[in-house]
Design a protein around this ligand. Sequence first.
Ligand code: ZN
Length: 324
Amino acid sequence: MIYPWQQSQWTSLLARIKQGSLPHALFFSGAAGLGKLDFAGEFSNYLCCEKPIKCQPCQHCNGCRLFLAGSHPDMVVVTLMEKKKQIGVDQIRELGEFLSLTAQKAKQKIVIIECADRMNVNAANSLLKNLEEPSGSTLIILVSHRIQALPATIISRCQIIQFYPPELKIATQWLSTQGTLELEAEVLLSLTRRAPLAALAMSNSGQVTTRSDCFRALIALFEQQSNPVKLAATWSKYGQVQLFIWLQSWLSDMIKLKMTTDHRFISNIDLIDALQTISDKIAIRELFKSYDLISESLRLTETQANSVLVLETLLINLSCMRTR
Ligand SMILES: [Zn+2]
């Protein structure tokens, strides 16, 4: 099943199949947590299905059974290998061999490249060859929430399918079917820029508590009541990417609170008062400087940089932020 907010993308792709105008390469773009990868899976299942029912895969035919068992011979998913930060050229070369074969069961060979922005330069160049000279009937689906991180040469050879955050009501309703209370759902959706799957993951993982703890620790750091190196040691047990995204969103809200009294644009709606108090004490140029430092730290998480050192450096810098 696709998610309720993906109907227009589904209808449009099915129309293209009907017209025989499905391209060789699709790029599923949009924020993280909108279910793009699940959609890619469902769409691939549809393409493997021998007898779709009401525009959905039947789940019973031989094609569906093979797909659901993860053993369909015409289907491959490329993803980050365990403990790797990049998709390497070998993974894409193997793909070339797979694509050169004729489809056995489905009408075409299907490849999903998850986290496509994580392909290294050689992998991207290798993929480019497949995109430039598609062999036989193939469909390559790239999925990423960071389209800007991919070479223009790749993007220009894909048909982009854009996914958007759903309306608040649709997202809240969906979260309630997953067991999230309405009030909690609104805060979670605000924090995740209305990305329902990110909101659900946050709710299920206990991250709400972790986020509160981290926010309290950040205030203590600003007020010179805690040691940045010790705090870095405590925080090193948390996922760094998530941590930096929280820091970034707190700083972003502090900057917004400095510039406007309109709270519609604030993400951390449950922390407005505390954010306002800190924001009032810090000069805007200091806030911008800190925001840039956090963005740089976030970028470094994708490199081989020493993660503890990155966190320590950031927190030392934040603790030096001059309050007025
Ligand atoms: Zn089927």
